[in-house]
Design a protein around this ligand. Structure first.
Ligand code: ATP
Ligand code: MG
Length: 361
């Protein structure tokens, strides 16, 4: 058996199914740290209505708007095993459906005459189902993440699956029927980034017409704070400071790419690991925000762009730490252990030096 090929036991409603395929099936389980604010609950509820009515759902939106996480959450709610596919420019239909990837070795041992041992070996080409076929056959939930990264001709196979609930397979499948009836429990959840993103194909009209698209935007304030808090374990007032800065930069409209919640999580996690807070890290917090947000919002890292973003971030940090609402309500002693950063020591030393030279004058 090849490394990728796995013999799996799938537990479906109490029964055990052995699936000998080149595929990986995920158990439908709740995601760790999943946050359910009213925004998330509303989206989940609506998507589940459509799925229960028998329609595939397509979560569409810019990077970092929670599409993949929500798709996996929906899949876990359905309680069926999950197969996941990530869209890929290089995909062909056979990457989705399957092909003659394997060989079956047959060995015949003839012991008719006890003193003579006759063996016969031959290798038979063997059809191996890929993820899409497995999901259709056994009624699993398919999460096709970023499906518009695959070329439209590779995705054509989905048209009849979604509409006629039939899968048109190559004839070569070990003598099996060329048509596979899609299992009634089969469900498909798609995600995609907007069509102007690099490496993305326009989704075909026919395919788009067979799904219900839900457009996701950046999270609302409550969700952005709750997700960052859950992912970083930094306390809420500090997280609010970070989220205010990131949202301020996003709303400035001056970035090549708007900063996402990933920026919030990166800053918050770095602070948490260093046992710092925005106030206690002082100069280091400013640098951290500038580094992370300038890197997140530009593709090629052009100097002018970076400088522009860094300047906006600088103003936002000063505002947040100085006169912002959160800044005033926050407990500035903080709960995290404080170790002075090198930059603070440098600033303090410089100040002492200045005082000393003033006295000497
Ligand atoms: N409801 C949620 N609970 C907890 N974490 C979440 C939730 N939604 C999103 N996240 C976190 O936010 C980040 C971005 O989410 P996700 O990767 O799902 O976005 P995406 O829209 O798929 O982005 P991309 O288009 O770049 O793939 C991830 O770190 C994810 O773990
Ligand atoms: Mg994603």
């Amino acid at each position: 058996m090849s490394g990728k090929q796995q013999l799996r036991e799938i537990y479906v409603k109490g029964s055990v199914k052995m699936i000998d395929e080149m595929t990986t099936v995920l158990e439908p389980s709740a995601l760790p740290d999943f946050v359910e604010t009213s925004y998330v609950k509303d989206l989940t509820g609506r998507a589940l209505y459509y799925i229960e009515a028998g329609f595939p759902v397509h979560l569409r939106g810019p990077s970092g708007t929670g599409k993949t996480t929500l798709a996996m959450h929906l899949a876990s709610k359905l309680g069926r095993p999950v197969v996941m596919i990530h869209g890929d420019e290089e995909f062909t239909t056979s990457d989705l459906v399957g092909g003659e990837h394997g060989y079956r070795v047959r060995k015949v041992v003839d012991r008719f005459i006890s003193r003579v041992l006759k063996t016969e070996e031959d290798m038979v080409k063997r059809w191996v189902d890929n993820r899409l076929t497995v999901a259709c056959k056994y009624g699993f939930t398919l999460v096709y993440d970023e499906f518009t990264r695959s070329r439209p001709e590779a995705n054509n196979i989905l048209l009849s699956i979604l509409q006629e609930k039939m899968m048109d397979l190559p004839v070569a499948r070990d003598g099996e029927e060329p048509y596979l009836k899609v299992h009634p429990n089969f469900t498909a959840i798609f995600t995609s980034n907007p069509e102007e993103y690099a490496g993305v194909h326009r989704s075909q009209d026919a395919l788009r017409d067979r799904m219900i698209a839900m457009d996701l935007d950046y999270f609302d304030y409550e969700t952005e704070v709750a997700v960052t808090e859950a992912k970083s374990k930094l306390s809420k007032p500090h997280v609010q400071t970070i989220v205010n800065i990131v949202r301020g930069l996003r709303e400035s409209g001056k970035c090549e790419f708007a900063p996402t919640i990933r920026g919030c999580i990166m800053i918050a996690k770095t602070l948490k690991v260093r046992k710092l807070t925005p106030y206690k890290a002082n100069n280091m917090f400013m640098q951290m925000c500038q580094d992370i947000l300038a890197s997140e919002t530009s593709r090629v890292g052009s100097k002018t762009n970076q400088d522009k973003v860094k300047q906006i971030v600088r103003e936002l940090v000063i505002k947040e730490l100085g006169i912002g609402e959160t800044a005033n309500s926050i407990d500035k002693t903080g709960e995290d252990d404080f170790t002075k950063t090198d930059s603070q020591n440098i600033i303090e030393q410089e100040n002492k030096q200045k005082e000393k030279s003033l006295i000497e004058v």
